[in-house]
Structures are given as C-alpha cells and as structure tokens.
Design a protein around this ligand. Structure first.
Ligand code: PLP
Length: 418
C-alpha cells in the first residue's frame, strides 16, 4: 500500500474517460463536437473585455503578492453590493469569502460542517457531491430525481432523509440538467430544513444547507432564480452559498469564486481555505472588484452571453424534439438556465451496423462519438444509476453553426441502430 486509504478510494472522473476517447479520435484527425465539458471555449466565449484589461492592468501594477486569505476587501465590498443589487441579499464583507474559483468553497463548507460518518443529503444527478463526501468520509444520501420533475428534487423525496443529517447540498440552476427550482418547490424544501432544525437541541450541530447558485445569472426566458434566504429569512443562519465568476462571466480559468453565509461557518471556511492556500490570484481579485462594481459592464456582458447560450440550447432542444416527433427514441427538457441541456437517447439493447449490442448509456455515448462525431456525458457521471438513458449536453465550447450541423449526424447514426 503506497498511498493513503483515501487516495486509493477516490473514484476517477467518467468525464475524463470520455475526454480520453475524444482526444484519441482527434489525434486521428477526426472532428468531434465536444459537448462534454462544463467549460467555455474562450475563443467563442471570451471573458468580458473590461475584466481582461483590468487583469492585465493589475499585473502591470505589480499586484502579485499574497492577497488577504479571505479575499481583498474591495472585492468583498463589490460582492456585497452585487448580492444586494441582484438578489436583495444582505451580507457584509466579513460574511463573504473569496477563493480560487468555487470548488475550494464547496470543499471548505464540507470540511467546516461535516464530520466523518455524518450524513450528507443531495439529489442525483448533481455535480461532485459524491466526490466531496468521499474526501470527507461522509455518508452520501443520494436522492434519485425524476424527469417529470425536471430532475430537481422535491420536498417529498427529501423529507425521509433529513433526520440527523449534517448537510443538504442543493444547486439551481443545476449542473448537469440546466433545470431550476420553481419557487414553491424550493419553499417546501426550505420548510423541511427549518422543521428539522427545530428538533435539534441547543448546542447540537444544525442541519446546514449548501446552496450552489453559480449559474444563477444565466437563466432564460421567464425562469426566475430563487434562493432559500430570500424565501425564508430564518434560513440565513443555516445557509451557505456557493457562487462566483466562473460560469456567468465565462471565466473558468480566472479562478475567482465567492461564498457567503453565517459568520461562524464562514470564519471556519476562511481558516480552511487559508491553510490550503486556495485563494484567488491577487491581480484577478483587483480586476474582478472593479468589473463587478460596474453594472453597465456586467449587464452588457450577461445580455450577450445569455442570448448566445440560449440560442445554442434552444436549437439543440428543438432538434431533439423534432427527432422525437419523427419517432426516434429521444427526448429533451426545456432549457431553463446554465449551459446545459438534458437529453434522453434511449437505445440500450439496440445493435450497431457492426453487430455490436449497446448495453448501456455509456455504450450509446461511445457509439455516438464514433458514428455521429458527437460526445455527451451520461448522467451516471453525476451519481445516477448506470442504466439511466439521460445525458448532459454542454454548449459552452461549441458554436451555434456546429450545433446545427450536428443534429442530422445524430439522426443518421440513430437511424442505423436495429
Ligand atoms: C454547480 C457547480 N458549482 C461549482 C463549480 C465550480 O466552479 P469553479 O470552476 O469556479 O471551481 C462548478 C463547475 O463546473 C459547477 O458546475
């Protein structure tokens, strides 16, 4: 045994396996539409010009030493105003933690409120909660959601699992589905958290709610983003938010995230992130602070990004609905937010022209990669059962034209299955 038990127990990412397959085909000169990564192609979706100029200016100004471990005060002030303006949420700069993207926030929330063996409740499909549980030695309580609820969890599904749990982890708009909580559904879940905490004795660790709203500025049409604290102010003591710039400003490589919540938890997260050294680069913090404070820059950028992402998602959704109307065994759920579309490609048990039987959604995906030059991610990569024939389609790294060209290739490939 050459490494720790924890290291041995960690599960590799299914997405990375798919990426390996795509890279191999690309090496052979094939052009694959890569819809697998929850990222942007920065030549299609560059970061805001003012943010980029601000970062360069900050480096020219030698802003290159250690930032404060909890984030630069100017940035925490800008985030505080941003939360007030955009969500009517009141958080002072001391209740805000800046980190190197949003992942360190999630990890530090888990470390701050979950002990080994504690129950962590989360829906599937969802992003990475299972891996954070593995890192902590926590007990994952996974709630399988259903397509008829847009793969969002309901209060009825969550209710039986909250007794004694340390953390409920929710996300909206959700990675991988691109769907969102309706107001009433989130209110009902909030009420469960309040009720559970009423049963806990004074001094006992409460049930905390991790609310990941990193995609909340990327919502489409009439779909409105809701958060637990605005709906139920008494949840302010128990809700820790994960948020940041990675997705809404297509700034995944810039690495500026912000979390906020009750001071006692956030202070512990600050100490944890500080020990990990997982703070955001100083020049990026300086630039982000100025960018966030300028409503015109932010609004103009979001308007453009949302228009383009929505056009891509709608085109794909309409394409899948058209295939469904033509009796292909596919489906898709209306895009609501984020950069993802949820699609069903239910061809398990079918046979390829080469006589190979597709045994599961992973086989279907590899068939589509080879035959249609299109790569998706099966929901099993997000914690669901292996046989669920639903997939995440991510549109951040592909042009609208490429999406339009892709639909006929999918149709042709599926048409060859017997
Ligand atoms: C729901 C969700 N939360 C958090 C993150 C982490 O973002 P970051 O790149 O800022 O670490 C991601 C990234 O894919 C995500 O999808």
């Amino acid at each position: 045994m050459t490494v720790s038990k924890l290291a041995q127990g960690l599960r590799g990412s299914e997405i990375i396996k798919i990426a390996g397959e795509i890279n191999e085909l690309k090496r052979q000169g094939q052009n694959i539409a890569n819809l697998t990564i929850g990222d942007f192609d920065s030549n299609i979706y560059p970061i805001p010009a003012e943010l980029k100029e601000g970062i360069i200016a900050a480096y020219n100004d030698n802003q290159t030493n250690y930032p404060p471990a909890d984030g630069m005060l100017n940035l925490r002030e800008s985030v505080s105003s941003f939360l007030k303006n955009r969500y009517d949420l009141d958080y002072t700069p001391t209740q805000i933690l800046i980190s190197g993207g949003s992942r360190p926030l999630i990890y530090s929330i888990f470390l701050a409120v979950v002990d080994p063996g504690d129950k962590v409740v989360f829906p599937t499909p969802s992003w990475n909660n299972n891996h954070y549980c593995d890192l902590l030695g926590a007990k994952s309580v996974m709630i399988a959601t259903r397509p008829e609820n847009n793969f969002m969890p309901t209060a009825d599904e969550i209710r039986p699992h909250l007794k004694g749990a340390a953390l409920l982890a929710l996300c909206s708009p959700l990675n991988p589905t691109g769907t969102m909580f309706a107001k009433k559904d989130l209110e009902e879940i909030c009420d469960l958290v309040i009720a559970e905490n009423k049963t806990r004795a004074a001094g006992e660790k409460p049930l905390y709610l991790l609310y990941d709203q990193i995609y909340s500025q990327l919502t489409f049409g009439a779909h409105e983003h809701f958060n637990p604290v605005s709906l139920r102010p008494e949840l302010k003591d128990y809700t820790i938010f994960v948020d940041g710039s990675s997705k809404c400003f297509a700034a995944t490589g810039v690495r500026v995230g912000w979390g906020f919540g009750p001071a006692n938890v956030v202070n512990n997260m600050k100490a944890i992130v500080g020990h990990m050294g997982a703070w955001a680069p100083k020049a990026e913090q300086v630039a982000m602070s100025k960018f966030l404070a300028n409503d015109t820059y932010v609004n103009n950028y979001l308007a453009q990004l949302k228009t383009n992402i929505q056009a891509s998602l709608n085109t794909l959704h309409e394409g899948f609905q058209q295939l469904k109307a033509e009796s292909f065994n596919v489906d898709s759920i209306e895009p609501m937010g984020a950069i993802y579309l949820t699609v069903k490609v239910d061809y398990t048990g079918k046979t390829t022209p080469d006589g190979v039987v597709l045994n599961n959604p992973a086989d279907i995906n590899f068939y589509l990669i080879k035959e249609a030059k299109v790569a998706l991610v099966p929901f099993s990569a997000f914690g669901t059962d292996d046989d669920l024939a639903w997939f995440r389609v991510s549109v951040g790294a592909i042009t609208l034209q490429d999406i339009q060209l892709m639909i006929p290739r999918i149709k042709e490939a599926l048409g060859k299955l017997k």
